[in-house]
Design a protein around this ligand. Structure first.
Ligand code: PGA
Length: 245
């Protein structure tokens, strides 16, 4: 795990988002045809806003970039404003010059779940792997939708969401019953194969899990703890998320 600390007078959500966007922008500048692994959730919204602003300022060109997202809810597609493909279009893809034929999110509505997971793994391999994977951190330590477990799932697979995740994500839905119970997610192995990994975390509510994930033992009970073993992992967090370390 590489240490990475940025100090501003007050390292808040906006500062976190700027730093994360700078790291992603550097990747796109260094390798214009890079493969970005992308994440959804509340945390990266500011990062995407910063990237859109850099594009609008003429500082970034996404025309050769390919993307693969971590996960998608089973049963939702782009017609649902809670789907992750909808999130990615509205937060990033529709605002930059990316070729949407090369943006990928697992398909939430398919006949054959196993075939979809296999297709997704093969797609990432056909791109030559992920250059930079962006991650958020679930309050229970999940990355993608890899929930606490007794093992680290290797490949893209279908998961049953834990109650903790349903509780954490219900804020995005009208009512709790609307939160899907299943999702497709890249596996821990899929994520760990990325050449670089960047995690964004903010808020006091994540302070305890940051401590457990990065200053405790590596265990599938805290899926993010595996990132301690990645050779090029960077955590960009606000002061609140780092308040217990
Ligand atoms: P959040 O989700 O950014 O909405 O807190 C993070 C995650 O569950 O990965």
């Amino acid at each position: 795990m590489k240490g990475s600390a940025f100090y501003e007078n007050h390292f808040d959500y906006d500062a976190m988002s700027r730093q994360a966007a700078n790291i992603i922008a550097a990747q796109v500048i260094l390798k214009p045809n890079c493969v970005l692994g992308l994440a959804t959730g509340g945390t990266p919204v500011g990062t995407y806003k910063e990237l859109v602003a850099k594009y609008a300022a003429g500082e970034l060109d996404f025309s050769q970039v390919k993307t693969v997202n971590l996960d998608e809810y089973v049963g939702l597609d782009e017609t649902s404003d809670q789907s992750y493909i909808y999130f990615m279009r509205s937060n990033l893809f529709d605002h930059v010059n990316i070729d949407q034929n090369f943006t990928n999110v697992p398909r939430g509505i398919v006949d054959d779940a196993d075939a979809e997971c296999q297709r997704y793994e093969e797609l990432i391999a056909s791109y030559g792997g992920i250059d930079l994977q962006l991650l958020g951190l679930g309050p229970n330590g999940h990355i993608g939708f890899n929930e606490p477990d007794d093992h680290f799932p290797v490949q893209t697979h279908k998961v049953t969401l834990t109650d903790a995740t349903i509780q954490a994500n219900k804020r995005f839905f009208e009512k709790e019953e609307d939160v899907p119970r299943y999702a497709y997610t890249m596996g821990i192995g899929t994520i760990m194969k990325a050449k670089k990994i960047l995690m964004v975390v903010n808020g006091k509510g994540k302070a305890e899990i940051v401590k457990r994930a990065f200053f405790g033992p590596v265990t599938p009970e805290v899926p993010a703890s595996i990132l301690q073993l990645h050779p090029d992992f960077t955590l960009v967090a606000d002061e609140d998320a780092l308040s217990l370390i």
